[in-house]
Structure formats: structure tokens, C-alpha cells
Design a protein around this ligand. Structure first.
Ligand code: SAH
Length: 744
């Protein structure tokens, strides 16, 4: 026993196995002398760890064993770099540490020296000079489950009263107080900003879910670089200010906007959201707009200012603030973007524009946004990207959006943050990008936690794993992660340090009645038969829904503004296969598991590698190309069964990707010779049929493939709504109401 306990502890390890109290205790003490210094119960100390490591803890017990060995029991604090944030903490205050409930026994001679540790309120506008002299301070608790940083429970403050604690505010009341939803009444309105919004799936789902908890979450602003995606959002959400611009430009614009508002808006100007119907139309894609200010004849007169942006919209290479100008005597086709400097004689128009924009919240000011959600693209880590910068992923330009996302959070200081990303963010370069994201949130004094969620667990026939990061100001409750509603076995092994981040029931844990997993047939069996050549964007359904999923997905439930009277089926058209591929696909048998290996002239070795059969004359297509293309034979060293693979009715698809390419993924309809249509893919992502998509066929597939599965976002929205009403328990996970997946 002695040897085992003599070992000093490592903070990054598993806390459970280390927490076995000493049993053969002879007596306890209230104080002890170590190296000539007297230590009392409740004192904090620097404590020797493994090797040269030194840790910080509070002494909560002194004890002597029957063998006369002296121990102390310690409750540990974590330095930022000892937490899951690890090396991504260089910008943290070195004096800030995190409370933990992890305790264990150590030999008395591990104590090095006394430390002064102060608890402060996380809500304090932090000013170290106002603190009593202190070696370290803490304002939050760290727990390993879901890499959680959160407010300390109320009783902690009391415990701390003897210590040099300042202004120990209790930030939240943890009493569960479920929202009253009688006669469907909604309690509160929260404003949402969707960054990197794509077609807006994530915010759409969040708003639906929040409504179920009694919160009226409204997407006020949405930003995306992709013009067709922006048009999709606007089609579904007329209440949203959709901005087709880069997030980094949006941030600069916000800073300029704040200055303009300070300059032009009088304090007594009322700031209220306008009714949705007076919001302007979606600003046009800046890249499409042309500025010909150099050529503009001098006598042109500005009639009105229509919009504002920051950036290099006209390709002049200059990053600057610009107004969209309507010229007197000209129409919309002649509108141009003009730099603010060139409009010096239009001060009155600028003032009117700013006052008007301020009143109708054209752009958010700090404090206007309650929730920011978004999936900043990290192309440098995508598993599909072979050219990634492994050594320093944050310096990779393609990962810069993670920094921009956090900078926008820092600027706007929303109450809640939800960031989504591929799970590689926790794996690539030892998870440094995920650690960075968490570290930025914690540094900005957000409570935070990280969960890995499989979409299939919430009622879609698609596995799709994603990482989600919650953030909540200290004044709020940290949202939980929603437990699965559907019985799906998650076969995924996260990196060791994120094993406690997988959202689901633990093995052996009693689960409530879960719904059966939704399979491909449940999701799409009711859709009309269409060929590879079908090119209509609209058609009638022809058949009634057959399953609960189909009934739900057809009901007009997306909270969107476009509601059609006659049910019309949109986007049920496939990416048209070219002739060669179409001939190949027609030859793939309509049976479970069929793929290119079922084409004639191939043999599969014991090594599971497929090769051409030398005794078989290679079949050629009319184009002269081989029936079995070379790329199918070489894909994944000839071991893959995915090229030209058919899905089957009883299957779950791994992940819908952004391009409808049947050369490298199973994407063929079970019984029709074509790839899944846009609508079929949308259903696999849980988009309601009423959700409209704008763009070319490829652009629409991309928007669907990029999206957060709507049922996942809906479940997270419910968790957010509960937290915003302070109706959340201390646990990291929440059980969704019965029949949540199919409730409107
Ligand atoms: N969360 C979205 C999907 C986001 S996909 C949903 O649920 O539907 C990522 C999006 O980031 C893409 O639509 C892409 O156009 C956009 N994007 C990429 N770089 C950007 C940038 N610099 N600024 C704004 N948007 C960007």
C-alpha cells in the first residue's frame, strides 16, 4: 500500500483509480509541520508530482497510518496546461487555475510550500489589482467528463469564506424550473447569429428545438461566403438578415459599424427589432457587384445608400468600408459599391442609413446577440484533405476561420456559443485545434464543454459524427448534451483523451425506451421513382407517406417562412451520371451489398484485393473506356467496396458528403439506376421536405452535405432553451422528452 501511494499523481491521468482512500488510519490531525512550516487544514500548497512536476492542491485531511506513515488528503486544482487544453494555453493568465473535485492521498513529504489561492467570481470584470495579493486564483471548476469548465456550485463559495475570497457571487441558481408551455405560449425571445451558416440547417434545427423548450430563438443574422447558400437561407427565413460575405470581413464591418453608431446615433434612439416584413431583401453577392467609381462621370448624384460592407468587394485590393449606392436617375442594375471616403459630401445620407440600420438591427452590436452558432471550416484538417499542415495547424490559412469565429465571439460576447466541427478537430495534431477552440472559450471566461455526437442517434439513417463545443457566459447555465432518442450502436473510438466526450448511454446503463434506428427505407421509400435523367425541380408526391419518419418530414415543420398550400415535392432529382457511368450503374445488380465488384471480369483474392481476371477479355464501353474503370480497382489499394456501391433499404449511410460522386462512396439508389437525389440526401440529413434549396444541382448537394443534421441541431436547441431558462441540472447530459424526434 505504502509504495503505491508514495507515487505522486499525474493530473492528466484517470482520476478514478487514484481515489482510493487509505483504510488503516490510526488518527487524524488538524495541522502538521513540514520543512519547518506549519500547515493547517484548508491551506493550499505546492505539491511535488511526477518527475519535476509541481501541482497545486488544498489540504483537506492529515492522517497517520497504523504503520506510522504520514499522509495528507488533497483536493486538486488544475493549471490551464494540466487540463485538456494542454499546450494551447500560452495566452492564459498564469495565475488562473481551475478547481476540481478530484481528491487523493499523498505522503506528507510531497508538500513543498504554502500558496495563497483565492476564489473569485467568474463574473468579475477581471482586474488583478483589485485582488488581495495571491499566488493563484480560481473561478471555475474543471471536470474530465465532456472536458467541462463550469461555474462552481453555490456551496463552494461558502466553503471558501475563510479564505481570501473576494466578492464571491453565486452566478446561477441551479433550481430546475421547467418552462411553462401551456397553450403553446413562448416565454422569451433570443437572437441568434449563424456564422458560416451554409443553407442554415444548424440554426433552423436550433430554433425548432428551442421552441420545444419554450424559448423563441430567432435567427436574426446569418453569414456565409457562398452566394447560393445565402439565397437558400433567405428562401426559408425572411426574418433573417443574410449577409453574403467572409466572416473576417463581417468582423471588421461590425467594428466600423459600432463606431458609426457611436458617431451618429443619439442615445435616446430606440433600438428595437422591426417586424420581419420590413426587413430588406438579401443583399446581392458582393463579388457579382461591380464598382465603376473611377469611370463615374462627376455629375452623378447619390440618391440613397442601400447597404454597407467591409472588404475588397470590387477586387481593387483595398480592404475598406463601402456603401452600396443607388444613383439618382438610375435603377438597381446600376447600383455600385463606393468607399466611404468618396462619400464625404453625403454625411446626411450616411447618418440616415446608420440611424435606420441601428433601429432595425441591420448589424449586431456587442450585447445584441444572445447565441452564436457556427461551423467554421477547417479544411486543413479534413480527413479527405491530403495536404494538411501537420506541424502547426493554426498557422495554416485554411484553418484560420477557427480563430475568426472565436474573435467574433470575443467581440460580440453572446450569452451562448455552439461551435460544430468534424471530429478530426480532436484528433489531428494531437487535437490541437479542438484544444485551441476550448481554450479560447475558457480564456474569454465562458463555461464550456465538448461532445461528440452521432447523427443517427437522433433519428436519421446516417451515422455522421461531429464534435460540438458549448460555451456559456458565467451568468448563464452551461447547456447539456442531449442523450440519444434512437437505438443506434456507436462504433467509434475517439482519441484516448476524448473518450469521455462521446454523447450516449454508458454500457450497462439503464436506457429509456429508445426508438428503433431509422433505416434508409424508412426515410425515402415513399418518394416517386425517378431516372438518372429526371431534371424537374418540382413534382407531386404521388404516394402518401408510409412511415413515421416520412409523415414527420413531410409535415411543414421547419419553422420556415415559405409555406406552400399544395404539397409539392422539391429537389427530387439526381446529379446526372455521364454516359459511361450510367452504363456501369445499370449493370450493378439491384441487391444488398452490390458494387463494382459485381461487374464481369474481376476476381477477388484472399487478401480482399480485387483484380482484373486475366482469363477474361476486358469489356469496353461504347466510348472505348473499360467497363470497370482503373480508379475503382486502385481505390484504397483495391480493397474498397464503395465504388459504384448500392445502398440497401435496411442500411444506415455512413456520412452524406458534399459531392454526389459514386466513384468513392456508396450513393446508388437500391433499386433505381442513379445516385440518391438531392431530396433523398436532404432527408438523410433530416431536412424537412418544406426546406427550400437554391442553386445548381451540385450547389444544392453541397449545401445538404455541409449541413448539421437538423434533428441533431433540434436536440441541441432544446438543451440550449432549457439552459437559457436555468432549467438544467448539474449533469452533462439531458434526456429529451418522449417522442421528441417526431414532434412539431
Ligand atoms: N452550419 C452549416 C454548414 C456550414 S459549412 C449548416 O448547418 O448548414 C461551412 C460553410 O462555411 C460553407 O457554407 C462555406 O461557404 C462557408 N465559409 C467558408 N469560408 C468562409 C468564410 N471565410 N466566411 C464565411 N463563410 C465561409
Amino acid at each position: 500500500m505504502q509504495n503505491r501511494r508514495n507515487k505522486s499523481r499525474s493530473l492528466s491521468g484517470n482520476d478514478k483509480e487514484e481515489d482510493e482512500p487509505i483504510l488503516n488510519v490510526k488518527c487524524h490531525y488538524v495541522q502538521a509541520e513540514v520543512n519547518g512550516k506549519v500547515f493547517h487544514l484548508g491551506d493550499c500548497a505546492l505539491i511535488r508530482g511526477d518527475g519535476k512536476q509541481k501541482h497545486i492542491g488544498r489540504i483537506i485531511e492529515f492522517l497517520r497510518t497504523m504503520e506510522d506513515d504520514d499522509y495528507f488528503r488533497v483536493q486538486w486544482f488544475y493549471k490551464p496546461e494540466d487540463t485538456v487544453m494542454k499546450k494551447e494555453t500560452s495566452f492564459h493568465d498564469k495565475k488562473r487555475i481551475f478547481y476540481s473535485t478530484i481528491e487523493n492521498d499523498n505522503m506528507l513529504d510531497c508538500i513543498i510550500s504554502k500558496l495563497n489561492v483565492t476564489q473569485i467570481s467568474p463574473e468579475l470584470k477581471f482586474d488583478l489589482s483589485s485582488l488581495p495579493p495571491s499566488d493563484y486564483y480560481y473561478d471555475m471548476e474543471y471536470c474530465l467528463d465532456y472536458s467541462t469548465f463550469r461555474n462552481l456550485p453555490r456551496d463552494n463559495c461558502a466553503m471558501n469564506s475563510e479564505m481570501a475570497s473576494v466578492d464571491c457571487l453565486d452566478p446561477v441558481l441551479s433550481v430546475a424550473n421547467p418552462p411553462v408551455l401551456e397553450n403553446g405560449s413562448i416565454c422569451e425571445t433570443y437572437n441568434l447569429l449563424d456564422l458560416y451558416a451554409g443553407c442554415g440547417a444548424m440554426s433552423t434545427g436550433l430554433c425548432i428545438g428551442a421552441r420545444h423548450s419554450g424559448v423563441n430563438l430567432v435567427t436574426r443574422w446569418a453569414i456565409d461566403l457562398d452566394s447560393p447558400a445565402c439565397k437558400s437561407i433567405q428562401l426559408n427565413h425572411s426574418e433573417t438578415q443574410v449577409r453574403n460575405e467572409a466572416a473576417e470581413d463581417f468582423l471588421e464591418l461590425l467594428k466600423h459599424w459600432e463606431k458609426l453608431c457611436k458617431k451618429f446615433v443619439k442615445e435616446d434612439t430606440e433600438s428595437q427589432f422591426p417586424p420581419a416584413d420590413i426587413l430588406p431583401d438579401l443583399p446581392e453577392n458582393k463579388a457579382d457587384a461591380h464598382s465603376d467609381s473611377d469611370e463615374a462621370p462627376e455629375e452623378l448624384e447619390v440618391s440613397s445608400l442601400l447597404d454597407i460592407c467591409y472588404g475588397d468587394s470590387d477586387g481593387s485590393g483595398k480592404q475598406e468600408l463601402k456603401f452600396k449606392v443607388r444613383w439618382k436617375g438610375y435603377g438597381p442594375d446600376d447600383d455600385t459599391w463606393e468607399p466611404i471616403e468618396g462619400l464625404s459630401n453625403c454625411q446626411e445620407l450616411i447618418q440616415d442609413f446608420v440611424i435606420n440600420g441601428f433601429k432595425r438591427k441591420l448589424l449586431p452590436l456587442p450585447g445584441d446577440v444572445d447565441v452564436i452558432c457556427g461551423g467554421p471550416p477547417c479544411q486543413g484538417i479534413s480527413g479527405y484533405n491530403r495536404f494538411r499542415c501537420v506541424d502547426d495547424p493554426l498557422s495554416d490559412e485554411r484553418n484560420r476561420q477557427l480563430i475568426v469565429f472565436m474573435d467574433i465571439v470575443d467581440y460580440l460576447k453572446p450569452k451562448f456559443v455552439l461551435m460544430e466541427n468534424v471530429t478530426d478537430i480532436l484528433r489531428f495534431d494531437k487535437g490541437s485545434l479542438g484544444r485551441y477552440a476550448l481554450s479560447r472559450l475558457v480564456h474569454m471566461r465562458y463555461q464550456a464543454r465538448v461532445g461528440i455526437i452521432a447523427a443517427g442517434c437522433y433519428g436519421v439513417p446516417q451515422f455522421r459524427l461531429r464534435a460540438f463545443f458549448w460555451g456559456a457566459l458565467p451568468s448563464e447555465e452551461l447547456p447539456q448534451f442531449p442523450l440519444p432518442t434512437h437505438d443506434v450502436v456507436v462504433r467509434y473510438w475517439p482519441p484516448a483523451e476524448f473518450e469521455r466526450n462521446l454523447v450516449g448511454y454508458e454500457e450497462g446503463q439503464q436506457t429509456p425506451e429508445l426508438e428503433d434506428a431509422v433505416l434508409l427505407g424508412d426515410a425515402i421509400s415513399d418518394l416517386p421513382v425517378v431516372t438518372n435523367f429526371q431534371n424537374l425541380d418540382e413534382m407531386p408526391y404521388r404516394r402518401p407517406p408510409e412511415t413515421e419518419f416520412q409523415k414527420y418530414i413531410r409535415s411543414n415543420n421547419c419553422g420556415c417562412t415559405s409555406k406552400s398550400e399544395e404539397p409539392v415535392l422539391y429537389d427530387h432529382r439526381p446529379f446526372q451520371l455521364f454516359e459511361d457511368d450510367y452504363i456501369r450503374v445499370c449493370k450493378i445488380p439491384q441487391k444488398k451489398g452490390a458494387n463494382f465488384r459485381d461487374l464481369p471480369g474481376l476476381i477477388v483474392g484472399d487478401d480482399n484485393v480485387v483484380r482484373r481476371d486475366p482469363s477474361f477479355k476486358t469489356l469496353l464501353l461504347p466510348s472505348g473506356k473499360p467497363m470497370v474503370p482503373e480508379y475503382a480497382l486502385t481505390f484504397e489499394q483495391g480493397k474498397s467496396k464503395r465504388p459504384f456501391a448500392r445502398l440497401w433499404w435496411d442500411e444506415t449511410m455512413p456520412t452524406i458528403v458534399t459531392a454526389p460522386n459514386c466513384h468513392c462512396q456508396a450513393l446508388l439508389h437500391p433499386e433505381q439506376d442513379r445516385v440518391l437525389t438531392i431530396r433523398e440526401c436532404a432527408r438523410l440529413q433530416g431536412f424537412p421536405d418544406s426546406f427550400r434549396l437554391w442553386g445548381t444541382v451540385k450547389q444544392r448537394y453541397r449545401q445538404v452535405g455541409n449541413a448539421v443534421a437538423i434533428p441533431v441541431a433540434k436536440a441541441l436547441g432544446y438543451a440550449l432553451g432549457m439552459a437559457s431558462q436555468k432549467a438544467t441540472g448539474k449533469e452533462a447530459l439531458l434526456t429529451l422528452p418522449p417522442k421528441f424526434a417526431y414532434s412539431n
